[in-house]
Design a protein around this ligand. Structure first.
Ligand code: ADP
Length: 682
């Protein structure tokens, strides 16, 4: 460049605001959250301070806000798993339990102001108020968090954020609630040991063919349903896909040609889409008719609904395939993006630029003949441009319309008006064709942007189809059954298997077990047996089967009737707590207290080796009291694994308690674990 170069910051990248595919794990959502503590309301009502939270995934355009009691914050954050959290500079650290994996970014307090937030949001959404999004007066402070979040995104992105086109209120109670320690104990999306995805329930179940499906499955597992009809409609779809191999495999094959439309659209909307991104949008659209053709005349209402929602955007699809070359480059500035035949002027410019050699050859031949100079040569150099070179031997034959340009030792160089004109055209053509291509690319990108809504909707449908297909594939391959979900407090499972071990262990190695719980058959199951007998495995298995059933999945069992749970609580093992800087016993008791305070009769509670963190007598007493409380005061389905045999005596006083035992045999002086759970005879 000549002179001063304009410098500016065009974008600030942080953990929560990355949108590049190369950096993001395509299988995971990338949420940035903002948290506000609302001290005003707590003053009035005397409740513990409420916390407002808003979270958004810039790479996909999801934007939510909600209000939680402060005590629930850690659980909510565990559900959302943001990578970055915005907190006001004047706020004391709103810690969850320590050991969080997200980055904390401090923002100025004014960004969290109510008026500022409201103005910013209404301006962004172009609405007069936020009522239309379903935010009521009581949610007012959720707006503050959402406003602060939007402010941060605008400041860092310096690009239009049109794909954040709605702010959704997140309402609790529609989903099965899982607190932070339950999510961790059950290893739903991460393992306890190293916090990685590998080995988690999610990783084992994931048979999706697209990253969108992968993220959707994680979302379903993090937010299981409680509504019987909603679960049944997913089950119907999974059932249809499981039963029809041809349908399942052709749908899954069709989905393999689909790219990550959700993130592609987000990049289009933030002005960061490359030509290759556009061509991926085009290819995805081109493969939609195949997906749609699979969905015609299906019995499941959900599949029919998706069929209707799937928007093929035929004009956009046609335009993209007409416009873009097959193998699009990443950079929009260097040409090679637009197909020949799409734009007449571009074709001309390209011909001109490329056809230079041909023209020169024929011009040279023509001039040779005209002048009779056999070694006349047309050439080009950077300083003088195009020239005609004539050796001194033929000097006299030079025509009068030749203008001398340069003298060499044995020759002279000339130019003609014709050559000059051509030179201007050619040199310009290449540059102009690149410019024109860039303009055409921008126009195409804008065209895609105008289709953002239908494209996002389509992306969502593709993700759900992929997730249903994945559940069906798993059910078919692993021999799962469709559980019957009921509203009673019961569990009736025949030959249930632990979903993770069932897949990880060699076929047939896992020993299936039955479960029967409910009023009059025993609400509280007390499982005793030696270490390594399989107690933890068994109680986790029951929790995981319930969870799977409530996302609409089939389950690894011969037969299952499962009463929908409103919450699952799992308190399993105390091994990893020391690393988190808290006393094992303290953590155990705090979490147990929380279970006892918040479980309802509809909940499912699994407790493993409670009381182990203290001396034997204290431990037995605690375990004893906890069992009594769950039995007498709550009456929820409970599986309680313990090595305290003393507790089996409780069966005499507690009518809903059943004693179970894990079978162990002695064989040639060795202990053989049979892993078979049965009624204990005590
Ligand atoms: P406990 O809680 O009684 O100490 P665990 O549940 O930790 O025992 O199980 C001990 C080991 O036995 C684990 O390695 C697990 O993989 C294996 N195991 C448990 N249940 C079964 C089963 N039903 N079939 C096969 N292996 C099992």
């Amino acid at each position: 460049a000549v002179g001063l170069v304009k410098r500016e910051i065009t974008r600030v990248v942080s953990a929560g605001t990355v949108t590049d595919d190369a950096i993001l794990d395509p299988r995971e959502s990338n949420y940035v959250a903002a948290i506000v503590a609302d001290t005003e309301r707590s003053g009035a009502s005397g409740l513990s301070p409420d916390v407002r939270d808003a979270w958004a995934d810039l790479s996909t355009g999801r934007f939510w806000a909600a209000v939680f009691p402060r005590a629930r914050l850690a659980d909510q954050l565990a559900r959302i798993r943001p990578v970055e959290c915005l907190v006001s500079e004047d706020e004391s650290p709103i810690g969850a339990s320590g050991g969080e994996s997200w980055m904390v970014t401090r923002r100025p307090p004014w960004a969290f102001g109510l008026d500022a937030a409201r103005n910013r949001l209404t301006q962004h959404f172009q609405t007069a108020s936020l009522d239309g999004f379903g935010f009521q007066d009581a949610d007012r402070a959720a707006i503050r968090a959402a406003g602060a979040l939007l402010e941060y995104l605008q400041e860092t992105q310096k690009a239009p954020l049109h794909h954040l086109d709605r702010l959704l209120p997140y309402r609790q109670g529609l989903a099965l609630e899982l607190d932070e320690s339950t999510r961790r104990s059950l290893e739903i999306t991460r393992t306890i040991r190293d916090g990685s995805r590998e080995g988690s329930l999610l990783a084992v179940l994931d048979r999706t063919t697209t990253p969108m499906g992968s993220r959707m499955l994680a979302d379903w597992l993090s937010n299981p349903l409680t509504d019987l009809a909603a679960i049944a409609s997913r089950q119907d779809a999974v059932g249809e896909l499981t039963g029809d191999l041809a349908f399942r495999s052709s749908l899954r094959d069709a989905l393999r040609n689909v790219y990550d439309l959700e993130r592609l659209v987000a990049r289009v909307m933030t002005g960061r889409a490359s030509p290759r991104d556009l061509s991926f949008v085009g290819r995805t659209l081109a493969s939609l008719p195949e997906v749609k053709s699979q969905l015609g005349r299906r019995a499941s209402p959900l599949l029919r609904e998706y069929d209707e929602l799937l928007d093929l955007c035929p004009e956009l699809s046609a335009e993209l395939s007409r416009a873009l070359v097959d193998d699009c480059p990443l950079s929009p500035r260097d040409g090679g993006v637009i197909r020949t035949g799409y734009h007449a002027e571009l074709d001309q410019l390209r011909e001109l630029a490329a056809g230079g050699k041909q023209w020169i050859a024929s011009y040279q031949a023509q001039e040779m003949q005209r002048t009779g100079i056999p070694n006349l040569k047309v050439g080009f150099n950077k300083v003088f441009g195009y020239f005609i070179e004539i050796t001194n031997a033929h000097k006299e034959k030079v025509p009068i319309n030749y203008t001398r340009k340069q003298t060499l030792t044995g020759a002279e160089r000339y130019v003609t008006p014709e050559l000059k004109e051509y030179e201007d055209k050619v040199l310009d053509a290449d540059e102009r064709s690149r410019d024109l291509e860039y303009q055409l690319f921008l126009q195409l990108r804008d065209r895609v942007a105008t289709h953002a809504r239908p494209l996002q909707r389509t992306a969502n449908v593709l993700a759900m189809l992929d997730t249903l297909g994945s559940l069906a594939e798993l059910a078919a391959k692993q021999g799962y059954c469709r559980p019957k979900l009921v509203s009673d407090r019961m569990l009736e499972i025949l030959d249930g298997r632990h979903p993770v071990l069932d897949i990880m262990q060699p076929a047939g190695a896992f020993v299936p077990n039955d479960t029967s719980a409910g009023p009059e058959r025993g609400l509280l199951l007390l499982i005793t047996g030696p270490n390594m007998a399989g107690k933890s495995t068994y109680i986790r298995q029951v929790a995981l089967l319930t969870l799977m059933a409530q996302i609409g999945s089939f389950v690894p069992a011969r037969q299952a009737v499962i009463g929908v749970a409103d919450r699952i609580f799992a308190r399993v093992g105390a091994s990893d707590e020391l690393s988190r800087g808290q006393s094992t016993f303290m953590v155990e008791m705090t979490e147990t207290a929380r279970i006892l305070n918040t479980a309802t009769p509809r909940s499912l509670v699994i407790l493993d080796e409670i009381g182990r963190g203290t001396s034997t007598y204290d431990g037995v007493s605690l375990a004893w009291a906890i069992v009594e409380h769950l039995h007498d005061r709550i009456g929820c389905r409970t599986l309680f694994a313990t090595h305290y045999h003393e507790l089996t005596d409780l069966a005499q006083s507690l009518p809903e308690l059943r004693n179970l035992n894990v079978a162990v045999k002695e064989w040639d002086d060795n202990v053989v674990f049979l892993h078979k759970i049965g009624r204990a005879h005590v």
